[in-house]
Design a protein around this ligand. Structure first.
Ligand code: PLP
Length: 436
């Protein structure tokens, strides 16, 4: 398995036979991973700056997680939690409810993906409030099932030819600080954007018939964009004053990614419901909706469950994942290394006009690549950069066509991080010199 033709064949086969919906990136077949490094079938190593789309915060093949999976698999791989409890799921439910940034009595519902968790949020919100309408934000990605995709508004390619989507979803503008007008203060920006947010409620959307407002406090696929704190607080207050449930999607940004356990903790707000997935079981399929107990009790048990959700192996992996995050202080590590990354990208930005804005919250970054003259998105330069970075030995992808996505595993070593900076700096410099 080490020739070029082998590699090409496997990649082509994978594409042709199994992965009709795969996004085409690099022509490699990943064979193994260790910490923040992945290896392809030819033995070439890459520093992983993507973490399998923020699904491996604890890195690849962490020994504690691997051991937990092996031991649990030898005991019991599956018995559906729909009918009987299992020990790892019961323990994890307690631990997750204690960790969730919601006060009072809490409960959770298991799922297999971030998408189905957000579908669950729709169901819980409608069942509890007995109201139909749902509000989400432009630029959001909440998932790929019909419910969660109906809440999403990030890409035409995702919704083309599959409509109509779920009725009753109203999209409001997300306050991307990049859209601040010249000379507009942050306060004025928040006032303007909150007025935009309220407009549907003042014209066609009865607040008393609205069940849910769901937000990614830091948008992931929307470009790693953090809404102003005052805006998110106003939205949460609006929701609560109208009996609307306020939900946060932590699937991408939760579990230490942004330098806090949960991204909503940057805003000091308590949501009614949260969804979590991706990194929860270090990338094994497990998600959860966590919410105030009275909300979670409003839905009859069979209305949101899947045969394999809350499976003993995935929940044992999640227990081990939480151990690693705690024992290795990965939340603080994300905050600390994120500061270094911010300094690195800001220093590069000072050198080159093609770097528009750098956003970095913990090890969670979005770096805009723009046309130096117009400062408009430059998808061609972005593609050249990520391809060169790949050639030089790091895996990085783009969001929204022109945003470099920086989400390495939180266990990345200083040495690996510095190596990644070196690679990225070289690609920037080559782009600047017209070599790409
Ligand atoms: N929510 C957010 C914020 C996401 O970024 C994603 C995936 O990228 C999802 C939900 C969907 O999760 P999954 O792909 O596990 O269904």
């Amino acid at each position: 398995m080490s020739t070029n033709s082998n590699r090409k064949l496997l990649a082509e086969e994978a594409e042709a036979l199994a992965d009709a919906a795969r996004i085409n990136y690099f022509n490699i077949v990943i064979e193994s991973g260790q910490g923040a490094v992945v290896k392809d079938i030819e033995g070439k190593q890459y520093i992983d700056l993507l973490s399998s789309a923020s699904a491996t915060n604890t890195g690849h093949a962490h020994p504690h997680v691997v051991r937990a999976i092996q031991e649990q698999a030898a005991k019991l791989i599956q018995y559906t939690p729909a009918y009987f409890a299992n020990e790892p799921a019961a323990k994890l439910a307690q631990r997750l409810c204690a960790l969730a940034p919601i006060s009072g009595s809490k409960k959770l519902a298991w799922g297999n993906s971030g998408s189905d968790a957000n579908d669950g949020i729709i169901k819980f919100a409608r069942a509890y409030t007995k109201r139909p309408y749902l509000v989400s934000f432009m630029g959001a990605y909440h998932g790929s099932t019909y419910g969660s995709m109906s809440l999403s508004a990030v890409s035409l390619n995702m919704t083309r030819n599959i409509g109509p989507l779920l009725p009753g979803v109203i999209k409001v503008p997300y306050p991307d600080p990049w859209q601040r007008l010249k000379g507009e203060s942050e306060d004025d920006f928040v006032t303007r954007m909150f007025a935009e947010f309220k407009r549907p409620f003042e014209t066609f959307l009865p607040a008393e018939e609205t069940a849910l407002i769901i937000i990614e406090p830091i948008q992931g696929d929307g470009g790693i964009v953090k809404a102003p704190t005052a805006f998110v607080r106003k939205v949460a207050e609006f929701a609560h004053s109208h009996g609307i449930l306020f939900a946060v999607d932590e699937v991408n940004q939760g579990l230490g990614r942004t330098g806090k356990w949960w991204s909503i903790q940057h805003f000091d707000i308590e949501p009614d419901l949260i969804s979590v997935g991706k990194s929860l079981a270090s990338g094994l399929p497990l998600s959860a909706v966590i919410g105030r107990a009275e909300i979670m009790d409003s839905l009859g048990a069979p209305a949101h469950l899947f045969t394999t959700s809350g499976n003993p192996v995935t929940t044992a992996a999640a227990m081990a994942t939480l151990d690693v995050i705690e024992d290795e202080q990965l939340v603080q590590r994300s905050a600390d290394l994120g500061k270094e990354a911010k300094e690195f990208f800001e220093a590069e930005q000072a050198k080159y006009d093609f770097i528009g804005q750098c956003r970095m919250y913990g090890l969670d970054g979005g770096i805009d690549i723009v046309d130096p003259q117009t400062q408009k998105p430059d998808p061609v330069a972005t593609t050249k950069l990520i391809y060169r970075i790949f050639e030089l030995g790091a895996i990085m992808i783009s969001l929204k066509t022109n945003v470099l996505r920086f989400q390495p595993p939180l266990v990345i070593t200083e040495k690996q991080l510095h190596q990644a900076f070196k690679i990225i700096a070289q690609a920037f410099s080559e782009l600047d010199e017209g070599k790409l």
